[in-house]
Write a protein that binds this ligand. Sequence first.
Ligand SMILES: [Fe+2]
Ligand SMILES: [Fe+2]
Length: 280
Amino acid sequence: MTHTRITIICENRAHMARDIMGEHGFAALIKTPDTCLLMDTGQGLGLAHNAKAMKIDLAALDGVVISHGHFDHTGGLMQIPARERPLPIHAHPDLFAAKYVMPKGEPPTYIGIPFSQTALEETINARFEFHSDFTEIAPGVFFSGQVPRTWSFEPSDDRLVTETSDGFVPDPFKDDASLLIETPTGPVILTGCAHSGIVNIMEHFAQKTGHQTFSAVIGGTHLGFVNDPAQLEQAMDAFDKFKVRTIAVSHCTGNEAAARLFHRFKDRFAFAGAGWHMDF
Ligand SMILES: [Fe+2]
Ligand SMILES: [Fe+2]
């Protein structure tokens, strides 16, 4: 392949395609002329099924990137066929933090990664490569590392907590990572849930790479969980500031925010469901 293709394998909704199933989760394949990477794995319901339907060979991956430790991004890891050569898995060192959801007045429910590091190493021959900082993990593919919280208007979702020796505290989401992929039509940002804030992520990549415009932003934006409508407006203004040509949202963007994004961006908007792809 001489170009880059991004294909959504798992997402909450099935794109118009045969034999694809939806699930609450996210997984995307990044195929560049140099490498083939899987970012996230869904929660484990649809990865193998959808990959087979799309003729994607999970045994041929050069590596996996995990955007953060939530089960709906990590639960499919064990569906990747075991093989003799180790499978590099790129993630932030906090990937295995104990993550819970705790809506006000309710007990916490575990929503973190459902496997231990050892189980993944022994079962699918995983070789973890942890990065706290911005790192090139393959030619032209950059892992964000920890994203600084620059914009005070992008607070964390306060239902999401992590268990520490001091009890349950708001999840700082140090592990929330995204990718920047250099393509012939410009840089493309691929996010998992964008827990660190979609504007923070764009600003971080701009600061690290010097890019002032992005060809596309694809993936979860977490804009579906925004309490203040001004935050969605500011995110939309940032898509314009960075002249993002395609805003292809998924997953935790939710229906209402997606509808508002479509209303504003029209031809620049796409919904990236399972089975959807885009070439660059
Ligand atoms: Fe998610
Ligand atoms: Fe998440």
